[in-house]
Structure formats: C-alpha cells, structure tokens
Design a binder for this molecule. Structure first.
Ligand SMILES: Nc1ncnc2c1ncn2[C@@H]1O[C@H](COP(=O)(O)OP(=O)(O)O)[C@@H](O)[C@H]1O
Ligand SMILES: [Mg+2]
Length: 359
C-alpha cells in the first residue's frame, strides 16, 4: 500500500487555462479520499496527473515518497477506473480481468486463483464466461473494478466511476465499493461531483473549486464545520440556509440580531467586532425547531414529503429557507408558524468573502 503526495501541483492547458492552481495534498496509506467539486474545477486533471496521463506543468506527484512525474502510467503502479468502464468488448470477463496479469507473465494457475478471488469480491463470479455486451452497466463497472483490483496496484484512481449507472444501482455500488475498500485496504482517490456520494464513501473529502482546494476534512467536518459559504452550500441536501442579519449590541443573552421579520439574540463569540454590520447566518435544515413559542415567525410555502421527514419551504419576510422536520408536526401550506434555530447549531459567514467567522 502507499501514500500519494501532491506538492504545489499545477496544470496550465495551452498556456492559458489554469486548470489546477498549485495544490498540496497528502493521501494517507489505505485512505479512501474523495475529490469533490463542481464540473470544471480540475478534478479529472488532478487525477490524470497522478496517473501519468497528463503532463505536469509545475510541482510534484510522489507515490510512496518517490517522485513519479517522469514515469509513464504503467510504471506508476496505479489502476484507474473511469466513468465509461473501458473494458474490452472482444474479451470475456475472465480475459478482461486476466489480461494485465498475463502481460505480467504471471503463472496460469495463479491467474486463475487471482481472477476468481477478485471476481468474488466484486460480485461477478458467475459472469466470467460472458462478453461485455451480455452484461448490464452495473455488471460492466464491476468488471472494471475487478480488473483494477487484480493487478494489486499501490493506488486506485477512480474518476466518476458510478456516473453512468442509474440512481438505485449507484447507491448499491457505493456500498459495494466501500466493502471492497475495507477488504483490500487500498489507498484510493475517488472523484465525484456528487456530494452525497462523497459523504457516504470518503474517509476524507477534498473540496475543490476553480482549480484550488477549498477545504479538506472528514464528511462530518465539512458538513458541520464548513470552512466557507461555498462548502456550506455545496454539501448537504437541501443545503445550508443563509439569512442576512444585522448584528446589534451585546445584551445579556447575547448579540441582538435583526433582519427582515427577524429579531432574536444569539450568543456567539465570533460576532465580536461585527456590531453594526450585516453578516450571513448559516443554518442547516435539520437544525431548526418548530415550536409555538419560538421567536421567528414564518409561513409554510411548500411541503416536500420524504417519508421519514418532510422538507418545508418557509418564508420569513423576503427570505426563504428549507427546514427538515418530522411529518408529525403537521404543517399545512400557507400556515403561519414559529421557528427557532437550535442553539450552537448555526454559523456566521462574512457576506463579502464568504469565510466562516467562527473558525
Ligand atoms: N485537454 C484540455 N485542454 C484544455 N482545457 C482543458 C482540457 N481538459 C480540461 N480542460 C479545462 O480544465 C478545467 C478543468 O477540467 P477538468 O479537470 O476536466 O474538471 P472536472 O473533472 O472537475 O470537471 C476546465 O476548465 C476544462 O475546460
Ligand atoms: Mg471530470
């Protein structure tokens, strides 16, 4: 197994498109690391530089402490899995998995054992004699996974491997990939633009935007302690709600916060120095309580039932926010109700830079 280090890694295409802007990152041995960010933020470019499929403009990639910038892909000991499976149509499943092992001149009996092992791990042991066109998309992707595992690389690189699968299968494959990772313990870098996929798979998530790293943290950290407005908005469905509030003077129970149809106090040390200024309050949908005596009046505009909970679109003056509440609360459309932010479960953000104030 191995570590992967990126040092000031940079990619400029055609001398003008700065796709990756000098990023620093260490992937720990055995870690499942997810690169997450919107389309065009430089995820694929980063992966391709690690794999050796894209020339590095500046900086370094180290695998197990060895700089690999000058090595071709096959000498880097990495396996890459793409969105479009890329398994060979003219070979059976068995031959697809065995191909790289034959090239390595592995013994026939050893190849048989290895192929059976990884096929079992990937749940395709009954499909070894089939050709790719006799397989579903999900099965084809399992073959790609099995083929990648078979060569026992130092590092797995997966670029949106689940994007071509339908929603249900995608969720199923997540679980399977996680189990495979648990049993192989292989250092993995996984790219996705899907925050819920990132949350469910990652040991740590690296959030990228415009070729730069915005935050690195465990799923819990990036969710509960988002570094800035971008992350708070990108992670979570529905995302964090933002309310614009004017910070008043400090009173006994905390700072007086006023906004459109808002007037309440919050005890938050990060507000010191912001008296008289407007800040953004960010609160997640599940951190809002609906209570008859709560301080904030809202109108229920829409209800999205999710079975286990309801998503309520609430209007407070001109501002709107989404709440995740128990269906038992029984709100009706256009009903006026009262809500309260759960103490200690909200953050403040600088309205100009978007940075969290209480970092
Ligand atoms: N071969 C290329 N030539 C020029 N620009 C490219 C090339 N590949 C990617 N880009 C640009 O680099 C940026 C990052 O792309 P990419 O790494 O594919 O992002 P992501 O995988 O996060 O969607 C984008 O602006 C994209 O248009
Ligand atoms: Mg991409």
């Amino acid at each position: 197994m191995a570590t992967v280090e990126l040092k000031q890694l940079k990619k400029v295409y055609n001398r003008k498109v700065e796709a990756v802007k000098g990023i620093d990152l260490t992937v720990h041995d055995g870690e499942f690391l997810v690169l997450l960010g919107p389309s065009g933020c430089g995820k694929t470019t980063t992966m391709r530089m690690i794999a050796g499929l894209e020339e590095i403009t500046e900086g370094e990639v180290l695998i197990d402490g060895v700089s690999v910038g000058h090595l071709p892909p096959r000498k880097r000991n990495v396996s890459m899995i793409f969105q479009n499976y890329a398994i060979w149509p003219h070979m059976t499943v068995f031959d697809n998995i065995a191909y790289a092992l034959k090239i390595k001149k592995m013994e026939k009996s050893e190849i048989n054992t290895r192929v059976k092992e990884v096929a079992e791990l990937s749940g395709i042991e009954s499909l070894l004699d089939r050709y790719p066109d006799q397989l579903s998309g999900g099965q084809q992707q399992r073959v790609a996974v099995a083929r990648a595992i078979a060569v026992q690389p130092l590092v797995f690189l997966m670029d949106e491997p689940l994007s071509n699968l339908d929603a249900k299968l995608r969720v199923q494959m997540r679980t399977d990939l996680k189990e495979i990772h648990r049993s192989t313990g292989a250092t993995t870098v996984f790219v996705t633009h899907d925050q819920s996929e990132a949350m469910s798979l990652a040991d740590r998530i690296v959030i990228m935007k415009d070729g730069a790293i915005i935050q690195i943290g465990t799923p819990d950290e990036v969710y509960h302690n988002s570094a800035n407005r971008f992350v708070a908005d990108f992670i979570g469905t529905p995302p964090t709600n933002f309310l614009s509030v004017l910070v008043g003077d400090k009173e006994e129970e905390g700072y007086r916060l006023k906004g459109d149809h808002l007037d309440f106090t919050a005890n938050h040390p990060s507000l010191a120095g912001f008296e008289g200024k407007t800040v953004l309050l960010g609160v997640r949908p599940e951190n809002i309580d609906v209570l008859p005596e709560a301080p904030i009046e809202a109108i229920c505009r829409l209800i999205e039932p999710q079975g286990s909970h309801n998503i309520i679109l609430a209007q407070i003056g001109e501002q709107r926010m989404k709440l995740s509440v128990s269906p038992d609360i029984g709100l009706k459309i256009d009903q006026t109700f009262r809500l309260r932010l759960k103490s200690g479960h909200y953050h403040f953000f600088d309205p100009e830079t978007g940075e969290r104030l209480d970092k």
